[in-house]
Each structure stands twice: as C-alpha cells, then as structure tokens.
Design a protein around this ligand. Structure first.
Ligand SMILES: C[S@@+](CC[C@H](N)C(=O)[O-])C[C@H]1O[C@@H](n2cnc3c(N)ncnc32)[C@H](O)[C@@H]1O
Length: 226
C-alpha cells in the first residue's frame, strides 16, 4: 500500500489546504499543540511534508514519511527522513512522537495484517521514546458496527482497488487501545476530538454528519521501569 501513498501524497496540495483550513483539523492541531509545551525533540511519522501545528518552539523535529523529499527545506529545526513507519530505526530518542492520520494508511493484505502493522508501528515508536516521552496519536476511528462491515469490504476491495487514493483501513478506538496495551504501552489519555462540518475521506470532502468516523486523541507512554 505504501507505493500508492507515495504517488498520492507526494504532490497533494489540495489535501494540505483542507487540513490547514477545515475545523475538524483545527481541533486536531489544538490537540497536538497542547502536548508540545516543554517538548524539545519531536518525531512526526507520516508528516506528509507540511505542518498544521506550530513547531517554532521545538529544538529538533524529525519528519519521517514514505513520500518526504530529503533534499527539501522544511524549516531550520526540521530533519526530513524518507522512510517507512513499519521499518524505521533512528539512533535518537524523542520527547514526543506524533502519528497524525497515519495509521489508517498503513494497511496490510487483510484486517488482521493491518492490526499487526499497527502493533509494529507502536512497538517501534516505544523504542524511540525518552524515559518521559509520549506517543501522541491523532487518528480517525470507526464504531464497532461499521468496523465489522469494513473488514468484509476490505478483504474484497484490496485485490481490485484501482483509485488514485490508496485503500485505507480504519480501526475502532477499542482496537487502538487494545493494541497499545498489547505491546506494553500505558494509556495516559483517550479523548474524542470534535468534528467540524466537513472531513476528508478518500481524498473527498464529505459532510461529517454523513460519516461514521470519529477522530480520537490517544496519549501513550512506556510504563516506568521498576
Ligand atoms: C493522510 S496523510 C496525513 C498527513 C499529516 N500527518 C496530516 O495529518 O496532515 C498520511 C501520510 O502518511 C504517509 N504514509 C503512508 N504510509 C506510510 C508509511 N508506511 N510510512 C510512513 N509514512 C506513511 C503518507 O505518505 C501521507 O503523507
């Protein structure tokens, strides 16, 4: 699925404009900025090559994405790394690791593989945290009844999907929490993020009232060493 993410997101100024202007993403921005106070080093995975939140107070920001241009200038404190969330190893630990609207893009060949991939990402993130560091997930989720139908649809669609936007797989909030606990992370916060009038789904502007999606904020950390 990563190849399609590269072609779709490399030049996607439409998506960037929507994220910078729609209320739903303004609420996401507020969730991120409130966690960056006192943060020195940040890793943003699936950053997309742009920021919808303020980074001027941070000493160091590493952005990792399959479609990042490593030669481009994203800011004096920004280091771009072209890499895969599933398989990254940076010799550095971070105060905050942000995963904003990334997880539903890292799918697999099946719903089960998508869950395994989610857990692989969380495990890698946990290894890259400072002792007091936190993983901040801002992610779109779906309710259980929709998730049941989505799993059936995903199995059928992933073989034949032929749209420019990659096929995504949204987890339920319950699954995100379950996977975090399974890989040994502590849940410090779980909050529903309010939605504005519109959301972007499969690269289309959709009225929020017509979709089952619910963005959530999750804050995770490594349990203290005994
Ligand atoms: C929906 S965009 C989110 C961009 C930005 N985080 C935001 O919230 O506005 C998803 C991003 O995840 C990136 N992505 C998808 N699969 C990835 C992977 N396996 N590893 C790293 N980045 C990935 C895409 O290239 C894209 O930039």
């Amino acid at each position: 699925m990563s190849d399609k993410n590269v072609t779709y997101f490399s030049e996607n100024t439409w998506y960037q404009k929507k994220v910078l202007t729609l209320d739903t993403y303004t609420y996401c921005r507020m969730c991120i900025e409130s966690e960056l106070k006192g943060c020195h080093s940040l890793l943003d995975i699936g950053n997309g090559g742009f920021f919808n939140y303020e980074i001027s107070s941070l000493d160091r920001v590493v952005i990792l994405d399959v479609c990042i241009d490593e030669g481009a200038k994203y800011g004096d404190n920004v280091i771009p790394i072209r890499g895969n969330a599933l398989d990254f190893d940076i010799e550095e630990k971070f105060d905050v690791i942000v995963l904003q609207m990334l997880i539903h893009h890292v799918t697999g060949h099946s719903p089960e593989e998508s869950v395994k991939n989610l857990e692989a990402i969380l495990t890698s993130c946990a290894r890259h945290l400072t002792p007091s560091g936190r993983i901040l997930i801002v992610e779109s989720t779906v309710p259980g009844w929709f998730h049941f139908l989505e799993k059936i649809a995903f199995r059928l669609l992933h073989r034949i999907w032929n749209f420019p936007h990659p096929l995504t797989f949204q987890h339920s909030a319950r699954q995100l929490l379950r996977s975090a606990v399974k890989v040994g992370l502590s849940i410090d916060e779980y909050t529903l993020i309010p939605m504005g009038k519109w959301v972007v789904i499969f690269g289309l502007l959709v009225p929020s009232a017509l979709t089952p999606v619910q963005p959530v904020k999750l804050l995770l950390s490594n349990p203290p060493a005994i």
